[in-house]
Design a protein around this ligand. Structure first.
Ligand code: GDP
Ligand code: FO1
Length: 308
């Protein structure tokens, strides 16, 4: 069993490649839920949905989220009725959130609901939320506080963030199966996801970081950064706000206590020596995934490293 820790878009691209290289039933995916949000009374789990849609062949590849070819009639009508419409929920996507919210209201856990959604979409990989409890990534500026979606979508990640925290995480516990998967996996992959808002919340759930330190499986991370910038989105800005620097070295430092191997961009080969001083093997690769061939190639390279 290969276990992947991931957020949404970046991690999902690698997972797409992994599912083409090995039997998807051999994958267990542990997903960030710190970006979860409520819109129009519905529980939305964007990272779980991004991974589920990717593995079901439904993802809108151009955007990296949502369902390809989806329409927005319901959202337009909600706008007419006075609702906020800055978070773009498509008509088919709405069905996922309606089903999730209904099953949660019938007292199913988020793990059970996630399992139902991935099975009915025909996804063979196991998909686990990091926790069944509500954990919310919050971002502070000098005078305001935002949820992740307010910061990322509504404010287009422009506010100067001074602090990021994961509300509710201290009292939370890992979802069923998470610690077992990390303990018994034959290889663990930390996806090329935002280290502050995608992997950070997963590592903050009590017990997960220790399980990663203790597992006998090889733990391989993939950098989401090239040079001093994320390939997409605000990872470098949020890393700077957290005092982590803005390079792949900062990501390696954040994972060094449990990481065996870190895959960085060819362009970052000069960081290898400093990463290896952290007791982490550094490997360079072409880490950009712009095509199905790129995703498969990087997945193959990462699989070769976890299998040793
Ligand atoms: P989010 O929840 O949608 O932010 O999902 P992630 O955290 O998984 O994805 C965002 C991260 O993926 C960003 O930090 C990007 O730099 C990274 N990313 C996006 N595309 C690629 C890619 O092609 N290769 C790599 N290595 N990272 C990528
Ligand atoms: N990202 C955007 O940039 N704009 C949107 O309107 C938007 C809507 C949306 C709806 C459902 C969903 O599952 C994801 C959506 N995303 C949108 C992506 C989402 O903000 C990010 O993938 C993650 O939450 C970042 O981790």
């Amino acid at each position: 069993m290969i276990v992947v820790l991931t957020g949404g878009t970046g991690g999902a691209k690698l997972i797409d490649g992994l599912a083409a290289e090995i039997d998807p039933a051999e994958l267990t995916i542990i997903c960030n839920t710190g970006d979860d949000c409520i819109f129009h009374g519905l529980h939305i789990s964007p990272d779980i949905d991004t991974v589920a849609y990717t593995l079901a062949g439904l993802i809108d590849d151009a955007k990296g989220w949502g369902i390809k070819g989806d329409t927005f009639t319901t959202l337009e009508q909600l706008g007419r009725l006075g609702a906020d419409t800055w978070f773009k929920l498509g008509d088919k996507d709405f069905a996922t959130h309606l089903m999730r919210t209904r099953l949660l209201s019938e007292s199913l856990t988020l793990s059970q609901v996630t399992s139902h959604i991935r099975r009915t979409l025909g996804v063979k990989a196991a998909l686990l939320p990091m926790s069944d409890e509500r954990i919310e990534t919050r971002l502070k500026t000098a005078d305001k506080e935002f949820s992740f979606q307010e910061y990322f979508v509504k404010e287009r990640w422009q506010p100067e963030v001074s602090k990021v925290f994961y509300a509710g995480v201290e009292k939370s516990k890992p979802a069923p199966g998470v610690l077992d998967a990390i303990g018994s996996g034959s290889g663990i992959i930390i996806g090329p996801s935002n280290p502050v808002t995608s992997i950070g919340p997963i590592l903050a759930v009590p017990g997960i970081r220790d399980a990663l330190k203790e597992t006998s499986a090889t733990v391989v991370g993939v950098s989401p950064i090239i040079g001093a910038s994320a390939i997409t989105g605000p990872a470098h800005k949020l890393m700077a706000a957290m005092g982590m620097g803005t390079s792949a070295l900062g990501v390696a430092r954040a994972y060094a206590d449990f990481l065996d191997v870190f895959v960085v961009a060819n362009e970052d080969k000069s960081l290898r020596a400093e990463i290896e001083e952290l007791n982490v093997r550094a490997v360079t690769a072409d880490i950009r995934m712009n095509s199905p061939a790129d995703k498969k190639r990087l997945a193959r390279e990462v699989l070769a490293l976890v299998k040793k």
